[in-house]
Design a protein around this ligand. Structure first.
Ligand code: SF4
Length: 117
């Protein structure tokens, strides 16, 4: 099977072609660096995404705090991760970088407080 991808690992956005079958990636072409090769293989085998959302704050100036995952999360687990994040709240004050949920659903990613921008 052939799949065309746009690499999102840097702003150049190289057009990548991946040839793969049910069990393995056969070839990756069009990438101009190793990061593109790694991105394409991950996208075929186990696509991941960074997660950014908000968490409720108890007793703060703002009702919610922006949060993000500190590493990409498997795309197939996004919905369950969002359910978990939506079920928690954090007490003010909240520090940027504070871990809100450690190792969310065993993904190895922490959900941390982020900047307000
Ligand atoms: S293949 Fe390399 S140079 Fe091209 S978009 Fe991806 S990271 Fe950037």
């Amino acid at each position: 099977m052939i799949r065309e991808l746009t690499c999102v690992a840097c702003p150049l956005g190289c057009a990548i072609t991946v040839d793969y079958n049910d069990t393995e990636v056969l070839s990756v072409t069009g990438n101009t660096c190793k990061r593109g090769d790694a991105y394409a293989r991950t996208e075929i085998v186990n696509p991941t995404r960074s997660l950014a959302t908000t968490v409720k704050v108890n007793g703060g100036v703002h009702p919610v705090v922006p949060v993000r995952s500190n590493k990409p999360i498997p795309k197939k687990m996004m919905f369950e991760c969002m359910k978990t994040i939506n079920s928690v709240s954090v007490d003010a004050p909240v520090e940027i970088g504070q871990v809100i949920i450690q190792d969310i659903l065993g993904t190895g990613a922490d959900i941390i407080a982020a900047n307000y921008d």
